[in-house]
Design a protein around this ligand. Structure first.
Ligand code: PLP
Length: 449
């Protein structure tokens, strides 16, 4: 080790600004500095080991330091690290595009690469916007999105976002969108079915009123992730698709969090047999190794841009590293591993065991609801279980529980008062059980003290 923890900490303080981090709080605490990873564990520079309970913010499926993935990068590195995709192509990007189209819902035929989920979302929005223009309906230019949604942090992605805590302060910077409610049965005064109907009514009315001017609807399928792991009632997403079709509105699904097996299906859309017009993927695409994301779309959308030079229908969008060979090569190796290890089936089967163990957490006096789909878990903490009175931001309840969990050997991040568990998909039943045990103890100790 070239530098001591103290030296690194000092350099962190002097030079590095961490994302989504209040630096004052962070620097006053004992900052965690990771040195390496082995399987589902992260190991810090002091040699402490932790379960990676949120898969390094939702993107690691197979665990860290997987030989097959390391080798794929090394092999590609022996050929070339990067060449541009603008006006030319490269081998791994072509092969990865084919793989993605084979895996994705049938309606999706073409792949446009980028480097992050937020960019994949921006690209999807621009595609939908120009699709209508090229089709001779330029009046369709508004986007419909969900309250409490999270689609990434670039300005376009924030415009279709709806989390006040992250987004409200940027208000003046954003383009206008229409927003409707995402079903949140736990906080709806009525049954789950009534919640679903109320949300569908709201959507139907908005589409009847403004559908002519709406280009597309963007939604997180089945689970609103960063908004608090909020889960759609059965049948809702299929109805959303029908309403979009009826009103000639493109359906954009953001599978950045839910994609690649997180919910027990390869893509969350499959739970309801939904065929989106545009789908964004990012997290887990490269096995958590390198920043590659993708926007998939139909031939119908692609063809609207296809034309002669003079028509100027070229999609003028791209990034320096679009289609990066190292990233695409490791993504292919990642998808090979999914197949070889039947990882999605494993998540679907093992999530039942996980549900059993989580049910004990649900019994705790300050746990309002445990929400789970596959290996995607949110635990909503409440001050009063009977009245569902929430904790306030100032209580820092989520931060305190996750801080305690870290002392007990598990890393995860709270979404305000919702504790998340998003383990690597390859976590064994023993790993999962140990993670749940730590969370149980951390929640009990912090909420009962
Ligand atoms: C994380 C996330 C994004 C943003 O992806 P980045 O790679 O962080 O830009 C977009 N949508 C959803 C649903 C996400 O969870």
């Amino acid at each position: 080790m070239a530098y001591s923890y103290q030296e690194l900490l000092e350099k962190n303080r002097r030079y590095l600004w961490n994302p989504f981090t209040q630096m004052k709080e962070y620097l006053q605490d004992e900052p965690l500095i990771i040195e390496r990873g082995e399987g589902v564990k992260l190991i810090d520079v002091l040699g402490n080991e932790y379960y990676d309970g949120n898969a390094s913010v939702w993107l690691n499926p197979h665990g860290h330091n997987r030989r097959e993935l390391n080798e794929a990068i090394i092999e590609q590195l022996g050929k070339i690290a990067h060449s541009t995709l603008l006006g030319m192509a490269n081998v791994p990007s072509i092969l990865l595009a084919e793989r993605l189209v084979q895996l994705a819902p049938e309606n999706l035929d073409k792949v446009f690469f980028s480097d992050s989920g937020a960019e994949a979302v921006e690209i999807g929005l621009k595609m939908a916007f120009l699709y209508w223009k090229h089709r001779g309906r330029p009046e369709k230019q508004i986007f419909l999105s969900m309250k409490n949604a999270y689609h990434g942090d670039t300005v376009g992605a924030v415009s279709v976002g709806g989390m006040d805590l992250f987004h409200a302060s940027f208000d003046k910077l954003l383009f206008q969108t229409e927003k409707v409610s995402y079903p949140y049965p736990y906080r709806f005064p009525g049954t789950k079915e009534e919640c679903k109907e109320a949300c569908l009514r709201e959507l139907r009315e908005r589409l009847e009123e403004k559908g002519d001017r709406i280009a597309g609807l963007i939604v997180e399928p089945m689970v609103q992730g960063a908004g608090g792991m909020i889960m759609m009632p059965e049948g809702y997403l299929a109805e959303v698709e029908k309403l979009c079709r009826r009103h000639d509105v493109l359906l954009l699904v953001d599978e950045v969090a839910t994609g690649f097996g997180r919910t027990g299906k390869m893509f969350a859309c499959e739970h309801e047999g939904v065929q989106p017009d545009i789908m964004m993927v990012g997290k887990k695409l490269t096995g958590g190794y390198l920043p590659v994301a993708a926007t998939l779309t139909s031939d119908e959308v692609y063809d609207a841009f296809y034309g002669d030079h003079e028509e100027v229908k070229t999609f003028f969008h791209g990034h320096s590293y679009t289609g990066n060979q190292l990233g695409c090569a490791v993504a292919i190796a990642n998808l090979d591993l999914y197949e070889k290890e039947r990882l999605v089936e494993y998540v679907a089967e093992t999530s039942r065991l996980l549900a059993d163990w989580l049910s004990e957490i649900g019994q705790l006096p300050h746990v309002g609801e445990v929400r789970q789909l596959g290996f995607m878990v949110g635990i909503e903490l409440v001050r009063d279980k009977r009245t569902k009175e929430p904790y306030s931001w100032a209580d820092k309840i989520g931060v305190r529980v996750c801080r305690r969990a870290r002392e007990l050997g598990l890393i995860t991040r709270p979404l305000d008062h919702v504790i998340t568990l998003m383990p690597p998909l390859a976590a064994t039943p023993e790993d999962l059980k140990a993670m749940v045990r730590i969370l149980h103890r951390a929640i009990r100790e912090v909420t009962e003290s």
